[in-house]
Design a protein around this ligand. Sequence first.
Ligand SMILES: NC(=O)c1ccc[n+]([C@@H]2O[C@H](COP(=O)([O-])OP(=O)(O)OC[C@H]3O[C@@H](n4cnc5c(N)ncnc54)[C@H](O)[C@@H]3O)[C@@H](O)[C@H]2O)c1
Length: 287
Amino acid sequence: MQNLSGKVAVITGGASGMGRAFADRFAAAGMRIAIADIEEPVLDQAVDELKAAGADVIGVRCDVSDHGSMQDFGAAVREAFGAVHVLCLNAGVASGGTIAEQSVKSWNWVLGVNLFGIVHGLDVFLPGLIEQDDGHVVMTASIAGHTSFAGLGPYNASKHATVTIAETLSVELEEIESNVGVSCLCPGFVATNIFAADRNRPESLQDVSKEPVSDEDQLAHEALIEWMAANALQPAAVADMVHDAVTSGTFWIFTDEDHLLQIAERHERIRNLQNPNAKHIRDDFFE
Ligand SMILES: NC(=O)c1ccc[n+]([C@@H]2O[C@H](COP(=O)([O-])OP(=O)(O)OC[C@H]3O[C@@H](n4cnc5c(N)ncnc54)[C@H](O)[C@@H]3O)[C@@H](O)[C@H]2O)c1
């Protein structure tokens, strides 16, 4: 899709972090913007700020894990703008803890938002994109979709699933000679609010069985957030990459070139039938 001006971008999880940066970037390219997000005050603020910058924008409170909520969002977008051209399936949450510690509620929450949010988004918006034979789908996966960090089981599962959904969709669209493109965004650390994802965890999926967070864990969490603010990539830089991938029809979006080498090393270890090794995974990505 080379000319974005006047076209419509739909962004889930568009009120904060990377999704908000996508909204700013696509608005700057002259697109009309529809944001879906579960966190209302931040959503309202994003809409106000985008409007003040001159964008034509709607914001809809939507829980992407709920099919009906996504269908209502789709109806609101159709009513406001008629068509959709760029679909960013981006909303995401993370829950820490080993697989032995994870509750089924945590699996439901993370897979509900990160995986079923994508399934619901595709169900509502993909038929229109295919019919108009023009558009682009961007799925936010993660470098976690290419490796298996300890302590992030449900998140890793959701991001591996996202990578294969994006690849599968891309080859299926190619096979029907569709002009709809696909990109799979695989960021490393980006300075967003992802480490405070629990703010949006519904009451019914609260993990009551979990031990209260120890002072030590709380300090480590705060140190990680501080490190993110100082060292991680800024969301606006990722939004530029996403914009360029949409206009150039590029599938893979990696934010860090080293990740390509690390993925090659992982595949080499698989080819050699080496057992998974915690140190390799840590060293690959956090050296
Ligand atoms: N920040 C990173 O380092 C990083 C790295 C790789 C991938 N990602 C992925 O990037 C995406 C965006 O996250 P972010 O880092 O910008 O974090 P963020 O917390 O700043 O933004 C996530 C957005 O999703 C929304 N959201 C959460 N649950 C929702 C639900 N049920 N329905 C609708 N919206 C919901 C939040 O309100 C928020 O606006 C996620 O898919 C995340 O997994 C983040």
